[in-house]
Design a protein around this ligand. Structure first.
Ligand code: GRG
Length: 309
């Protein structure tokens, strides 16, 4: 169980400190994830799962889930199993994305990729193990003060976000687009709305569902999340050009080297930055009815465009 008594609660005024807020919630998520995957027999697979899961990502997805649940009147405890699940799913997608059959990367989160350490066979299974655990974890660990109907809705939303209608579908079109220089903006948007934005959307939506959000508010949250989802990917493309390997914790400049069509390759760097800012502004506008309770989610939206990794 994660102790949450002394952490910064959702603020009621403008004294909100994003860096401290993110750090506290990263710590809570790291502790919960550490406890979620103990090493038991067969040790090798649990070690491989933990290697990537606890490698120190930014934890944007679980923090979005927790922040949305709190904004809608729920607690961190109610949303933590779902927050852990989205990070397990995200980590799984990174492990598989890095495989030689996909993006073939050697570094991730500042460390050698999972298959470089454990081999391709175990890396595939480590991803599979995390994916399966994500669903078991939500179903078993969500506290009883969250209605089972809401837990079922979370399972539905997560499944939808990562299957062929989400991450898997986006990844397939991305793979099909490899080596092609005539990819349209429509196709690029399809790829990233599915590969990147769908899971970010599920994080926000599921945080709201756990808290018992109304359907009108759910629509607002969905629009907020879709906007920050696309902004996240535009910034990811920009950072591939402007950031170093040390900052990114993974190989820099990969898109250009592979002559991949990206937002900066279509629009240029400056226009890409402007578009990302516009999407963040549109996302924040959706949160206006929530008043001061929306400060963390608005700050996270701005963090997405100001981050350097
Ligand atoms: C989900 C069943 C299933 C299969 C996965 C491999 C695959 C199918 C999809 C690829 C998805 C992918 C890797 C999208 C990229 C998303 C992205 C921008 C990742 C970087 O996220 P950050 O910056 O990374 O939040 P950290 O390390 O901070 O968590």
């Amino acid at each position: 169980m994660v102790a949450t008594d002394n952490i910064q609660k959702t603020p009621e005024d403008a004294t909100f400190k994003l860096a401290a807020y993110l750090k506290e919630r990263q710590r809570l998520c790291d502790t919960a994830l550490d406890q979620a995957v103990p090493i038991i027999y067969p040790e090798k697979i649990y070690e491989a799962m933990r290697y990537s899961l606890l490698a120190g990502g930014k934890r944007v997805r679980p923090i979005l889930c927790l922040a949305t649940c709190e904004m809608m009147g729920g607690t961190i405890e109610m949303a933590m199993p779902t927050a852990c699940a989205v990070e397990m799913i995200h980590t799984m997608s990174l492990i598989h994305d890095d495989l030689p059959a996909m993006d073939n990367d050697d570094y991730r989160r500042g460390k050698l990729t999972n298959h470089k350490v454990y081999g391709e066979d175990v890396a595939i299974l480590a991803g599979d193990g995390l994916l399966a655990l994500a669903f078991e974890f939500v179903a078993l660990q969500t506290p009883q003060n969250v209605a089972r109907e809401r837990v079922l809705q979370v399972v539905v939303r997560l499944g939808r976000a990562l299957g062929a209608a989400g991450l898997v579908g986006g990844q397939v079109v991305d793979l099909e687009s490899e080596g092609k220089t005539d990819i349209s903006l429509e196709t690029l948007n399809f790829i990233h709305k599915h590969k990147t934005a769908a899971l970010l959307e599920a994080c926000v939506v599921c945080g709201g569902i756990v808290a018992g959000v109304s359907s009108e508010d759910l629509q607002r949250l969905t629009r907020y999340a879709q906007n920050i989802g696309l902004a996240f990917q535009i910034v990811d493309d920009i950072l591939d050009i402007t950031a170093t390997q040390e900052e990114l914790g993974k190989t820099a400049g990969k898109d250009q080297k592979a002559q991949k069509v990206t937002y900066p390759s279509l629009w240029g760097l400056e226009e890409s930055r402007v578009k990302a800012q516009e999407l963040v502004a549109a996302a924040c506008a959706e949160l206006e009815p929530f008043g001061q309770r929306a400060i963390p989610l608005k700050a996270i939206a701005h963090f997405i465009t100001s981050r350097n990794h």
